[in-house]
Design a protein around this ligand. Structure first.
Ligand code: PMP
Length: 459
């Protein structure tokens, strides 16, 4: 009996085993059991996935905005198998052909000067590595006091020991004490700007200026780096206006602070450019990538450093001391190469730009029809929406109304995977999405939001 047969003919026991043994993201087995057990996905094609009951879903969430090339790319599976048959694994120190080809390709795609690639297995690991490189870089240059890291409130950079503290997420008190040296700057999100500002530019400029104030307050010779997503994906997406990153780049240069661009979500075409910093004409000192590098076909990530940063680690006494067993795994590298080829050959970056513009237009129309849609925003196929109880005052919904759960459930009933977090949602479908797919998602949102508004007497 083939594996698929086991899965489909014995689904009740599979579901029970999940309830008995699996510990998953932000969920618990008791609630999951009350809700009938987890959905179990068994296959995927393009922007759609099929569950064990045979229900076909459209994935507006794009597997955490990571399945850039779409599901079911058999060419990637072939590349994986071919490499597996040749050499499944060899640790770094010695290296392998697919990994060398991949770092060569990344050097070509990344902005000028970002040439030296440290491979890892996931976005958190890549960001941990970036922060370690930044701290060690200053030490190598005799600047021993620089260890603080600035991140922006409302950002997310990963789940592991150090980076979980970057972004000041709520709900971390279980894990205290926090990593020392965390500094927080404002998120340049005009809709919720921390400053009284009448234009997106004013919000951007004041938010950038706040970075400088923070550096001066803590003394520049204590600050190692600033980490930020060029366009923030968490919290329903935040797109800084054009002034922000050039100003932050200039401030970092002025005070010797390294700029780390977290392109874990935004890389590989997500925002209609290969990398999102291209929208701002800014080159970071270090860039991290994951997700779209393999479209999540296998786990792979990387930290790419500018030559002048990496060169601080050249020479026998200077090496960067870190080993990651799975970093640069040759099979994942072969998968990444094939994935990047598919993204390039199918112009998925261009499609992201075009379809993103169409999607945003459709979301704007939705906002026109629904009083609870406070704001829609985004670039390319990284789009966000924020719901509010009162559009005038921007007052959020009371938690007890469970807006997030209501809408996630209503979208599920309509066959659309869209995970609301609080009253915000981040949309990041595969980049091969079409206008028809977008129409299907928007029409489901239209009726789901309408139904919620009626239930809450908002119309
Ligand atoms: N950075 C950003 C911007 C992310 O969104 C994420 C994950 N969603 C990470 C880093 C962490 O990546 P991973 O989950 O692969 O560790």
């Amino acid at each position: 009996m083939g594996r698929d047969m086991v899965v489909t003919s014995d689904m009740d026991s599979v579901r029970q085993s999940a309830l008995d043994h699996l510990w998953m993201h932000n969920s618990d087995w008791i609630t999951m059991a009350e809700e009938g057990g987890p959905s179990i996905m068994v296959s995927g094609d393009g922007v759609r996935v099929t569950d064990s009951e045979g229900k076909v879903w459209i994935d507006a969430h794009g597997g955490y905005a990571s399945v850039n090339a779409g599901y079911g790319q058999t060419g990637i599976a072939d590349a994986m198998l071919e490499q597996m048959k040749k050499l499944t694994y060899f640790p770094q120190g010695t290296t392998t052909v697919p990994l060398i080809r991949l770092v060569e390709k990344l050097g070509e795609l990344a902005p000028a000067n970002l040439e030296r690639v440290w491979p890892a297995s996931g976005g958190s690991e890549a960001n941990e590595t970036a922060v370690k490189i930044a701290r060690a870089y200053h030490k190598r240059r005799g600047d021993n006091g620089r260890y603080k890291v600035i991140s922006r409130r409302g950002s997310y950079h990963g789940a592991t020991g150090g980076v979980m503290w970057m972004g000041a997420s709520a709900g971390l008190s279980d894990f205290e004490p926090a990593m020392p040296g965390m500094l927080y700057a404002p998120q340049p999100n005009f809709y919720r700007c921390e400053f009284d500002s009448s234009t997106p530019s004013e919000c951007a400029e004041r938010s950038a200026k706040a970075v400088e104030d923070l550096i001066l307050l803590h003394s520049p010779d204590t600050v190692a780096a600033l980490i930020g997503e060029p366009i923030t994906s968490a919290g329903g997406v935040s797109v800084p206006s054009d002034e922000y990153w050039p100003m932050v780049r200039e401030i970092c240069d002025r005070y010797g602070v390294l700029l780390i661009a977290d392109e874990v979500v935004t890389g590989f075409g997500r925002t209609g450019r290969m990398f999102a910093m291209e929208h701002y004409g800014v080159v970071p000192d270090i860039m991290t990538i994951a997700k779209g590098i393999t479209s999540s076909y296998l786990p792979l990530a990387a930290t790419i450093s500018a030559t002048y940063v990496a060169d601080a680690f050249a020479g026998e006494d200077n090496v960067f001391r870190q080993a990651l067993t799975f970093g640069g795994h040759p099979v994942t590298a072969a998968v990444a190469l094939k994935n990047i080829e598919i993204i390039e050959q199918n112009d998925l970056v261009g499609n992201s730009e075009r379809m993103g513009a169409y999607f945003l237009e459709r979301l704007e129309e939705l906002k026109g029809r629904h009083p609870s849609v406070g704001d829609v925003r985004g670039v390319g196929l990284l789009l966000g929406l924020e719901l509010v109880r009162d559009r005038e005052t921007k007052a959020p919904f009371d938690d007890s109304l469970q807006v997030s759960k209501r809408l996630t459930d209503k979208m599920s009933e309509r066959g659309v995977i869209m995970r609301f977090s609080g009253d915000k949602v981040t949309i990041g479908p595969p980049l091969c999405i079409t206008k028809d797919d977008i129409d299907e998602i928007v029409s489901a949102m239209d009726s789901a939001i309408g139904e919620m508004e009626s239930e809450l007497s908002l119309r």
